[in-house]
Design a protein around this ligand. Structure first.
Ligand SMILES: C[S@@+](CC[C@H](N)C(=O)[O-])C[C@H]1O[C@@H](n2cnc3c(N)ncnc32)[C@H](O)[C@@H]1O
Length: 264
């Protein structure tokens, strides 16, 4: 039996991949990867067979049970199997389910953490997750739970009481309902809010508004996944990133001057 490495590739920009992740990828025999992994990261695995289990568009997404079975099967045939995921494998990445299935099948598992988009993506866009005197807590939340009601997994009342910074993953389809629930729970309409689309990718967009208007803004701008919904005073502490030498600046949809991310 080989070893399966559950690796986090970070939010997107290949320069944010960890050195350990790069080292394991270089000697991988098989890489089972999600959609939206930069091709420069995949290229590091020069001698590996690449298996895409996250196809979008015309391809279908592979079911989780099939992925678990595939990883077990590959571990029986190869010595270094990489399961490559966006962000961190244990933050809304179903990595824990894969680790559990693998260990139950007697397969050795190693975890290589990645930068989660909800922290690293924010920082790269100039939004601090916490700031002294503004936000003393940050909560990572799913905007798409497991039941019929996609918001049922989270206690929105409690979340509004905790305050601080709220970072919501997978919220593109539910942003209006989330905003309504947080407003109903008592957060003021003027609470700063942002939507961060394609964080750290060249086509990153940052929309800034308030809890009262951000859903409308996101709809008008046709925000698409992957995107993060950020709520809290830290949004108004955003530092627009300085231009990188040689990078092409561009104007965001809100008229801000944005720059391409650093090369790898
Ligand atoms: C299935 S979750 C995986 C999260 C991942 N494990 C992580 O730690 O970032 C997918 C969600 O993560 C968020 N996400 C991942 N990469 C992103 C990016 N580059 N920009 C904005 N949001 C991103 C989006 O909310 C997306 O819907």
């Amino acid at each position: 039996m080989g070893v399966v490495y559950l690796i986090g590739a970070g939010p997107g920009d290949p320069g944010l991949l960890t050195r350990r992740a790069a080292r394991v990828l270089r000697r991988a025999d098989v890489v089972v990867h999600d959609a939206l992994i930069d091709r420069r990261v995949l290229k590091l695995a020069r001698s590996a067979r690449l298996i895409d289990v996250g196809k979008r568009g015309f391809g279908r997404r592979t079911e989780q049970e099939e992925i678990n079975a595939l990883l077990i099967e590959q571990a029986a045939q190869a010595s270094t199997v990489v399961r490559l995921k966006g962000g961190d494998p244990f933050v809304f990445g179903r990595g824990a389910e894969e680790a559990r299935a693998l260990t139950a099948a007697g397969v050795r598992v190693r975890i290589v953490p990645g930068i989660t988009s909800g922290l690293g993506g924010l920082a790269a866009a100039g939004i601090p997750a916490t700031t002294r005197g503004v936000s003393g807590a940050v909560t990572l939340v799913t905007g798409h739970g497991t039941g019929c009601d996609p918001l049922a997994d989270v206690d929105w009342q409690a979340l509004a009481r905790v305050g601080g910074t709220i970072v919501i993953y997978m919220a593109v389809r539910t942003i209006d309902q989330i905003a309504e629930r947080l407003l109903a729970a008592g957060l003021p309409r003027g609470t700063p809010a942002a939507v961060l689309e394609n964080a750290t990718w060249p086509d990153e967009r940052v929309l800034e508004g308030t809890l009262g208007n951000i859903a409308e803004l996101a709809q008008r701008e046709e925000v698409a996944a992957p995107a993060l919904f950020v709520i809290g005073g830290v949004v108004s502490w955003r530092t627009a990133p300085a231009p990188v030498r040689g990078a092409r600046p561009r104007i965001s949809s809100l008229g801000r001057l944005e720059v391409q991310p650093e090369p790898m």
